[in-house]
Design a protein around this ligand. Structure first.
Ligand code: SAH
Length: 471
């Protein structure tokens, strides 16, 4: 971060603007909106500033800038078209410890002024750190269009209730939960619809109805985070990620996704790699129960979908046994992610009428699978956790009767920018995996559908044109 973002309370504070033209006028207007006591130093003023001086909104010193003008000022804006004067104001500010901004001259700024979206008391400030002010302004335009004016009303109403809510809920977490619920419910709908009286009444109802013990009760959200690309999160997942007190995650949850978790949420890594459990499953189950019983909103983030090879079932069994509230949020399972991002449909009228998800993970010494049902030609088989066991898995399938030239693919880090896809057959895939150095997480897809990758693969290098398949 190149600049530290803050909001200044300038109410009744002396601020100096050097310059009397149009640029100075814009800065003066902004400072006046914030309640500052503005003095303008400039030999002459533009018409609008002259009017304001006439009305007594600003004080005017009708002369050139002088060293010493910053005495007693909180901050100053140099808005002349003379770079030397702007530089001098900046130098004086540095010497006197007064914050100075010289318009359009980043080298002479101790602070910069962001693009703002004003829904007072809600204010959004956007800055590109001086790199691309136009980009910041474009972003502001989008947010302006998207952010209803009612949000300002809602923020103001919440402000009027703040002290009472604080007195009512001693527990900070209960208080936060009250606000989360109240600001998301009927009060918000009414405020956004412009019904201020209705919104006030709804907030009062929420406050009267809230049950402290219910608000202080914890819950566990078992949430599927999808295959890794943050664009593939669900809205529900994102909302829960942004209100969690504590997050338990493992290595399938990408850093880009963790970035979206509420900043001050506690993060607990409970990573699992095949046969190298960072935290035994039993302990994860107990930790979830304990955190929820402490009244926390606990987010259990899992790669893909929590109920597909995710042991999500085991985790909530324990929660249910202890009477802890929980919710399960589906995620895009990696088979779906890999299939779409590798251009390999899992079913297709010409190639596959069914698909089976299996795990290549061993229990003891054997891969326990119902081989007979995996060997039919019209069956797509997707293997989770199968990279290490690929040689054994492919050999078993062939031994049980699936043709050795059955197309097979491995997709590593599906949906992420570094995704790799390797295509072969049951006979060749293990060698290709070894050669390419494919590492987990990776999925194996087996079946005639794999040939479609040639035509439908849309990521990475485009495959050479092959004759279109005719059904
Ligand atoms: N619940 C998860 C699966 C957990 S098991 C889901 O629904 O996807 C872990 C296995 O998932 C990995 O060994 C790998 O086979 C697969 N996997 C998860 N994310 C993946 C990704 N981005 N690309 C390829 N395979 C992935």
């Amino acid at each position: 971060m190149d600049y530290f973002p803050i909001f200044l309370d300038l109410n009744a504070q002396p601020c100096l603007v050097v310059g009397g033209g149009e640029v100075a006028l814009r800065k003066v207007s902004l400072l006046l909106q914030a309640g500052a006591r503005v003095t303008v130093v400039a030999p002459t003023l533009c018409t609008a500033l002259t009017e304001r001086a006439g009305r007594g909104d600003i004080a005017h010193l009708a002369r050139d800038w002088r060293d010493g003008d910053l005495a007693g000022q909180r901050l100053a804006i140099a808005a002349t078209d003379n770079t030397e004067v702007n530089a001098a104001v900046h130098a004086a500010g540095e010497a006197a410890g007064v914050l100075v901004n010289a318009v359009d001259s980043p080298a002479h700024c101790r602070f910069i002024v962001p693009a703002i979206v004003d829904r007072s008391p809600l204010v959004l400030a956007i800055s590109s750190g001086g790199n691309a002010p136009v980009l910041a302004r474009q972003l502001r335009a989008r947010i302006e269009a998207w952010l209803p004016h009612g949000y300002g009303v809602l923020a103001r109403l919440a402000g009027t209730l703040r002290e009472r809510v604080k007195a009512r809920f001693a527990d900070e977490r209960a208080r936060r939960r009250f606000w989360e619920i109240a600001l998301d419910g009927p009060a918000a709908e009414k405020a956004l619809a412009g019904d201020e009286a209705g919104a006030t009444a709804a907030l009062e109802v929420a406050l009267a109805a809230s049950d402290d013990s219910a608000l202080a009760r914890g819950a566990v959200y078992l949430v599927g985070a999808g295959p890794g690309n943050p664009d593939l999160l669900t809205f529900r997942a994102l909302r829960l990620m942004q209100k969690a007190d504590v997050v338990l995650y493992d290595n399938l949850v990408s850093p880009a996704i963790m970035e979206l978790v509420r900043r001050d949420a506690e993060r607990v890594y409970v990573g699992k790699k095949a046969s190298n459990h960072a935290l035994p499953q039993e302990e994860i189950n107990q930790l979830l129960v304990r955190l929820a019983q402490e009244g926390k909103s606990v987010l259990r983030l899992k790669g893909g979908d929590p109920f597909i090879f995710g042991r999500g079932g085991e985790e909530i069994e324990e929660l249910a046994a202890h009477g802890v509230d929980f919710e399960v949020v589906p995620g895009i399972t990696s088979a779906a992610g890999a299939s779409c991002y590798a251009g390999i449909p899992l079913t297709h009228r010409d190639y596959a009428q069914s698909v089976t998800f299996v795990t290549g993970h061993r229990r003891g010494d054997a891969i326990e699978l119902d081989w007979a049902r995996l060997t039919s030609d019209g069956e797509t088989v997707v293997v989770y956790m199968g990279v290490a066991q690929a040689p054994r898995l492919c050999a078993e399938l062939i031994a049980h009767g699936r043709a050795a030239d059955t197309p097979a693919a491995v997709i590593e880090k599906a949906t992420l920018p570094e995704q790799r896809t390797v295509i072969g057959t049951l006979a060749t895939l293990p060698g290709l995996i070894e050669e390419a150095g494919i590492k987990p997480p990776a999925l194996i897809i087996i079946g005639g559908v794999v040939t479609l990758h040639d035509k439908l693969g849309w990521r990475g290098p485009v495959a050479p044109a092959t004759p279109r398949h005719t059904a």
